[in-house]
Write a protein that binds this ligand. Structure first.
Ligand code: FEO
Length: 152
């Protein structure tokens, strides 16, 4: 068996069926893989800092987009979902601050971030995606039902 080449690989079972969101999750996996690679080859602190900065920046941007989407779709669980997002961003910020103080980013932390994200996508993100799909089906059914009463 060859050396492991990445921390996390996209799997179709992670797909929510919402293309833009899936694409953003793929980017997050990609940045985590960059960080993993930097740790494994003992990259310089400046490179680690750059990747960690990017991980925070993109995570915040993804979470903001997702929260705006959930709000616009009227998803009931948005407050709890937001709380989970905030906790994850806090872990990344704390790693950045540790790195600035000369501490290394550990593989344990990276494994935690990966496991958290994969589980989050499969549970919480999947919940709002299912909710969204259901609301669209209901909207479609209502539309078809009321179409028969439309005036000619
Ligand atoms: Fe895609 Fe809730 O993070």
């Amino acid at each position: 068996m060859g050396a492991r080449e990445s921390l996390v690989q996209w799997d179709d079972s992670y797909s929510l069926g919402l293309e833009q969101i899936d694409d953003q999750h793929k980017v997050l996996f990609d940045i985590m893989n960059q960080l993993w690679s930097a740790i494994v080859r003992r990259a310089e602190g400046a490179e680690m800092q750059r990747i960690l900065d990017e991980l925070e920046r993109y995570t915040v941007s993804h979470f903001s987009a997702e929260e705006a989407f959930m709000l616009s779709a009227g998803f009931a669980g948005v407050d709890e979902h937001r709380r989970q997002h905030a906790g994850f961003v806090e872990r990344i910020r704390s790693a950045r601050s540790d790195l600035r103080q000369g501490k290394e980013v550990s593989l344990e932390l990276l494994h935690f971030l990966r496991d958290w994200l994969v589980q989050h996508i499969q549970a919480e993100d999947r919940a709002y995606a299912a909710d969204y799909r259901k609301s669209r089906q209901v909207g479609g059914m209502l539309g078809r039902f009321f179409a028969q009463f439309r005036r000619a």
